[in-house]
Design a protein around this ligand. Sequence first.
Ligand SMILES: [Zn+2]
Length: 255
Amino acid sequence: MPESIDAILQISQQDRVLSTNQKRLNTIPEKKKKLRVPVKKVEIHLDQLKEKEEEIYGKIRERETLVDVENEKIKKSDEKMLSVKNQKEYLASQKEIDIAKKTIKKVEDQILELEGEKEKLSEELASVLDEYRHEKDIMTEKEKDVLEEEKTLLETIDQCNKSKDEVISLVDPTIYSEYEVLVSRKVIPAAVAISSSNCMGCAMAIPAQLFNEIMRDSSGKCPHCGRLLFYKAPEKPKEQPKKKTKPKKTAKSKS
Ligand SMILES: [Zn+2]
């Protein structure tokens, strides 16, 4: 097989590998995104709990301020009582103190209740935080695999491009431009070797006369899919498999 044909077939083979690897590479971002879903879910739950906790803290602080205000009122009323002029003023101050004390009692009960809620919430938060760490560990572990896969795909793609570069200069430019048109139309592999009257790309039968022409000219095009076809003499069946380890060479030397 001439060097140029061998080269375009090699390129075609590399492009096929490239295409498969590129398709797999394109799925990587989605895979990464999917891996983050369970962590994201727990994260949302965690945020909700933290928000709730903050809300309770706020309520407690509000009530503590209220207690301070009421205590201040009591202090003032106590001071006032030292200088009351009559029974009426005394009773009024006493009433103020009673009201303030009642308010404090009510508010302190609320604080106790809120503290209880806060404690329950803290427990829940701790358990969800554990869950979060656990999910994150799982994600990191799975991510390693995806990153490894991505690395392998990128390496293969790089290798394919290098292999193509090595032989690209050997290909006839006219054939190569026809080849590129096919590749741009996603006809991959765009160049195939055939030994019988079937296209190795689309698997359709090639008319006898056309196949004869391809045999004669060594190359042609599939009338169905447009692929570049190159004739390759069928390999002879191995007679002594033990001795003939490289049947390819046998076929070459006999043609
Ligand atoms: Zn075809």
